[in-house]
Design a protein around this ligand. Structure first.
Ligand SMILES: [Zn+2]
Ligand SMILES: [Zn+2]
Length: 863
């Protein structure tokens, strides 16, 4: 394609579609036979909702900037794409779509429906990824619900079971009664809520509780050892009102005597503190609430009620029995299920757990470099407050099955052989009999695994883990992820990597911020401030959206979405396209083979600036400071290249004399470099521009190593640029057209400078660079009257006075006489009524003088 075909306007829709169709997936594949250094990115597998949201878009922009940059730097890059499929939202969606509940069909049928929905959603999201020009390595795509992947999840489970990291036990866990499943501590979110604190008579003492429905589960009353009010009832027992069972009174430092009445009831379980006391004091277990959130037989006549019904029934009964003293409103933070916001219950259940070894995790976390580094602190704080092991069993369907059977006769665990994985113990039979008693009667584990068990081995999966030794590409070089999942995905990944390999999972972790709405709030349906990537793609194209991602904020900070940023991104492309059209046409005219020496000052000056830009952008890219990198490129293009350089050399290019070749070579070098610098950020635009320079894709080129040092060219070029811009301003102030002839310009630069006529052509002036001191004479060329003084003092005689002053010899303008003669009379000269006007003269001709820093520039205007 040749440059005279360059269209006037940049049609992003046409250009982006055209390149998307012509790029080949193979160009982004990780090469297992490569001798280049590897750069493996442990990318986040999104949940396949079918909608790639703006937060994903930001995260992926960062990943793609890195992938493209590292490829250009000569790395063998793996940019895999995973899909974290399992989980409740899909189950709920399937139930809605098919109008069923999960119990209406067989487990396998239900799973099939979930898989079909998920595949459809993945296909939609793949389209968005392609449209955004992410250089995904599709040969390393993984889908966690596929046997190939979840077989590895099961293998990791068995390995950790055998090494003692995984165990099953009856233990209190966080439980969502709506989702009917245990959840991990990291999945509990805390929300403020107003509740009631109920004061009631508990066998003669006053107790305050927010959860009267747990009265049936009361197993003790606790008081503080220094609370004198309760000294008499220490180590006695009390009778639980309405239920009648006796509970001990225990003494514990952890009781807050200031809260309520200072006596608290301990229930199994109201909160984490109850669990703590229950263990410490070896108390009974009374399960009053079942998995569906209904009262059990322990609750006597309240059995079968929901917790809410039970609460009002109990309060009603307390009122009837006149044991409810009073109720006060209370603000409290309630733990809720992060998916459905239902308040969680703490229940003791047989569950599977992963042991958490804080020291081990902390040590590995410290071996990873965190960007920005304060994110490590978040991880440390989380690790430090770990009290419970990670509950990994879930009572759901669409998830990785726990690969375990139990012998019906003796209860022994029966494990599959690793080579038989994946298995579904709910439908498959073990290939062997009970290792302990030989029985062939067994039951399959129906519980399934937490989805974090799938996604926390993403890094093992992409680095080639198969259970035999260290994975070949482990550890990965970088993990990009949001700060909202440090406690989950980052934490679990480190835990699992250490447990399965003994090592840290990555060299670096890059933590990105969240995208906030235009109003500064988290995007949500209820606020109506959600921006969908496709809106931006339709209106401004992928490159504009990508620039927004780069420019929005420093990596790690939250970004407020702002349409103006997208608009200015698109404006930059328009500006750059105009510059490119001009430059590429000139290059074309000169012939691509032209290899002229670059000798003109302006040319060398631009190359110095370009070289500095390359160094700064490279430095920013190395530190993943995308906002800084793109800002440097934009400033160079807009200010240095377009506003300064091109304006300066336009004349040279138009005259067509021999030195135009140097400008063309300079422009070609600059455009070649700029396209490469822009390639990671705006791949479509960079490719389009580059296609006019080369047959080869810019994405197969190396990162620019361009370096050009010439201190003298830089300082002289800076002066040249400043002088030209000051003289332009001068022309403007004098009301002259920019191309109007200016006359004779002398620049007293103190040493000889040769600009090859660029200043003269761009200013339409005779320009002389002088290495002498400016030999300026000051001369009086006129007089300036102060009418504010003359008008009131002289009134009608003002005209005559002014004529008389004008007629004075020049010396007397500097030292005014006391009187002047006007109309034959001496008239006193009022103080401050005029002042002399000076001008500068060079060799007898009047000039205007302009100071550019220390340099004096004179202009002798043509008349
Ligand atoms: Zn829930
Ligand atoms: Zn057995």
């Amino acid at each position: 394609m040749s440059s005279h075909e360059l269209p006037k306007t940049y049609d992003y829709a046409e250009v982006e579609q055209r390149w998307q169709n012509s790029w080949r997936d193979e160009d982004h594949y990780f090469d297992r036979n490569s001798t280049k250094p590897q750069f493996v990115i442990d990318t986040p597998p999104p949940y396949p909702t079918g909608n790639f949201h703006i937060g994903n878009a930001l995260n992926w922009c960062y990943i793609d900037f890195i992938a493209r940059y590292k490829r250009m730097k000569g790395f063998n890059v793996m940019f895999p794409q995973g899909w974290d499929c399992h989980g409740l939202p899909t189950e709920v969606k399937v139930e809605e779509t098919h109008g069923i509940t999960k119990n209406d069909v067989s487990r396998e049928e239900f799973r099939q429906m979930c898989r079909e929905l998920t595949i459809g959603n993945i296909e939609k999201m793949r389209k968005t990824l392609r449209r955004m020009a992410f250089s995904t390595d599709w040969s390393n795509e993984y889908i966690t619900m596929m046997p190939k992947y979840f077989g590895k999840t099961q293998l990791s489970f068995l390995r950790m079971l055998k090494s003692g990291y995984i165990y099953q036990s009856e233990h209190p866990v966080n439980f969502c009664t709506r989702c009917e499943t245990a959840i991990a501590f990291a999945e509990v979110s805390y929300e403020p809520r107003e509740t009631q604190l109920n004061y009631f008579d508990f066998d003669g003492i006053e107790i305050a509780t927010t959860r009267p429905e747990l009265l049936a589960a009361c197993v003790a009353v606790a008081v503080h050892p220094e609370d004198e009010r309760y000294r008499e009832i220490w180590n006695t027992s009390l009778c639980v009102p309405l239920f009648g069972h006796n509970v001990p009174v225990i003494v514990d430092e952890a009781v807050d005597p200031q809260f309520g009445s200072g006596a608290v009831m301990i229930c199994t379980f109201g909160d984490k503190q109850d669990v703590h006391w229950w263990k410490l004091h070896n108390l009974d277990l009374r399960k009053a609430i079942d998995r569906n959130g209904r009262m059990t037989g322990v609750a006597g006549r309240y059995e079968g009620m929901t917790t809410k019904e039970c609460r009002s029934a109990i309060l009603g009964d307390m009122k009837d029995q006149e044991i409810l003293y009073r109720q006060e409103p209370l603000e409290q933070r309630v733990g809720t299920c992060w998916r459905c916001k239902t308040p969680i219950e703490i229940m003791s259940e047989r569950q599977w757990f992963v042991k958490i070894k804080p020291d081990e995790i902390s040590r590995a976390a410290h071996q990873v470099s965190w960007i920005p580094d304060h994110m490590l602190l978040r991880m440390e704080n989380w690790v430090a407050q770990m009290e419970w092991d990670w509950c990994i069993s879930r009572q759901r369907i669409f998830a990785t099955p726990i690969p375990v059977w139990f012998c019906k006769k003796c209860g022994e665990m029966i494990l599959p052989d690793e080579q038989d994985l994946p298995v579904d113990p709910a439908t498959d039979r073990p290939k062997k009999s009970c290792p302990k008693c030989g029985s062939t009667e067994c039951t399959g584990e129906e519980d399934v695994l937490d989805t974090w068990m799938d996604s926390s081995i993403s890094v093992l999966n992409v680095t080639g883990w198969d259970g035999c030794g260290m994975p070949p590409y482990f550890p990965a070089q970088i993990r990009p992820q949001g700060h909202d999942i440090i406690r989950t995905w980052a934490f679990y990944t480190i835990l699992r990597s250490v447990a399965l390999t003994g090592q840290r999972p990555w060299d670096q972790i890059l933590v990105n911020g969240m995208v906030l709405g235009e109003d500064g709030f988290k995007m949500s349906k209820s606020r109506g401030n959600i921006i969908e990537p496709y809106e931006i793609l339709d209106k401004y194209g992928a490159d504009a959206l990508r620039q927004w991602g780069a420019m929005g904020a420093a990596t790690g900070s939250d970004i407020m979405f702002n349409w103006n940023d997208v608009v200015s991104a698109s404006r930059f492309q328009t500006k750059m396209w105009n510059v490119a059209r001009f430059a590429l046409m000139q290059i074309e005219k000169e012939g691509k083979a032209c290899n002229a020496e670059v000798s003109a000052l302006a040319d060398r000056w631009l190359l110095v600036k370009l070289s500095r830009t390359v160094a700064e952008v490279t430095d920013a890219m190395e530190q993943y400071q995308f906002d800084r990198a793109l800002k440097q490129i934009r400033e160079f293009t807009w200010e240095v290249l377009a506003d300064e350089y091109i304006e300066l050399v336009k004349g040279r290019l138009y005259t067509g004399d021999t030195s135009r070749a140097g400008a063309c070579v300079t422009l070609r070098t600059t455009f070649d470099t700029l396209c490469r610098l822009l390639a990671p950020f705006i791949p479509y635009f960079a490719e389009e521009c580059y296609s006019y320079l080369s047959e080869q894709s810019v994405h197969k080129e190396g990162w620019p190593e361009f370096s050009f040092a010439d201190d003298r060219a830089e300082s002289e070029g800076d002066l040249l640029v400043r002088v030209v811009s000051e003289l332009r301003r001068y022309k403007h102030e004098k009301g002259m057209a920019l191309n109007a002839p200016l006359g004779q310009v002398t620049i007293y630069a103190m040493h000889s400078i040769d600009d090859e006529g660029d200043a003269a052509r761009t200013l339409n002036a005779d320009v002389a660079w002088s290495n002498c001191r400016a030999d300026l004479e000051q001369a009086i060329t006129g007089v300036q009257f102060n009418m504010g003084v003359i008008g009131p003092a002289l009134r009608k005689q003002a005209r005559g006075f002014m004529d008389a002053i004008k007629a004075l010899p020049k010396e007397e303008l500097v030292n005014p006489p006391g009187t002047v003669r006007v109309g034959g009379e001496d008239m006193p000269v009022p103080k401050d009524s005029f002042s002399p006007v000076y001008a500068y003269m060079v060799g007898g001709a009047e000039v205007d003088v302009i100071n550019v820093g220390d340099v004096i520039v004179t202009v002798q205007r043509s008349t």
